[in-house]
Design a protein around this ligand. Structure first.
Ligand SMILES: *Cc1c(COP(=O)(O)O)cnc(C)c1O
Length: 230
């Protein structure tokens, strides 16, 4: 068995156990394999091991990988997106996790309607000083959500966050619980369903699942260390 296959098997088991421990169905957490910086051959190996959803954080890298891999791959763009790359992002990915301004959402919405391509969106919430990305103002987030709900080809599916790099156990639980509570308030206020919470990476996915993550974005623990941090 290859290392990637072995890691995937271990992580899937761990995710099922953690989901069950938090009182949810074992399949209620989607595993996103974050393949940024890794070659298409590694992704092909993960696909052979049954992995379907992959996360990339740069549009350019996505553009290189999409054409050389099976069309059945479910691609997620998880990194910061410049609005001038919105069209490409919409065409390449099924999901964009990193929408953090109304301006960016407008660009995505326009690209999606022009191309008549449905795009699933998560609004990114800033959870730490050192993270540059994500909404910092709940008012801006609400305004963007409201606008997104009126867009024909845009499906606002939920929220995404990244915990601060140095956060320890208690703070991780607090950050992830905050995102879930914010989601619950938005659902009530706008009377919409926002089922997805994209939170948790290699180092903190157990805490994220305990607090309700429906998608975990895991790179290092599957593919190994990256030679540059993207
Ligand atoms: C790189 C990245 C991940 C995965 O991080 P690992 O620590 O390698 O699991 C998750 N989310 C985002 C937004 C990333 O850029």
């Amino acid at each position: 068995m290859s290392l990637i296959t072995e890691h995937l098997t271990q992580i899937r088991t761990r995710i099922s156990t953690l989901a069950a421990q938090s009182g949810r169905p074992e399949n209620s957490v989607r595993l996103l394999a974050v393949s940024k910086t890794f070659p298409a051959s590694d992704i092909a190996e993960a696909i052979a091991a049954g992995q379907v959803s992959f996360g990339e954080n740069r549009v350019q890298e996505l553009a290189e990988k999409v054409p050389v891999l099976p069309s059945s791959v479910d691609w997620h763009l998880i990194g910061q997106l410049q609005s001038n790359k919105a069209v490409k992002a919409v065409l390449l990915a099924n999901w964009i996790h990193s929408v953090d301004s109304l301006h960016l959402l407008e660009k995505i919405g326009r690209a999606a309607s022009v191309n008549q391509k449905k795009i699933n969106i998560l609004l990114e919430v800033n959870s730490g000083e050192e993270n540059k990305s994500g909404f910092r103002s709940v008012d801006d987030l609400k305004q963007t959500l409201e606008r997104g709900l009126s867009m024909e080809y845009v499906e606002i599916k939920g929220l995404m966050t990244m915990a601060p790099m140095d956060a320890q156990d208690a703070e991780l639980h607090r950050v992830f619980a905050d995102l879930r509570n914010l989601r619950d308030r938005l659902q009530a206020q706008f009377e919409v369903k926002l089922p997805e919470l994209s939170m948790g990476m290699s180092r903190d996915y157990p805490q994220a699942i305990a607090e309700g993550a429906t998608m975990v974005r895991i790179g290092t623990a599957i593919f190994g260390g990256r030679t540059y941090s993207a």
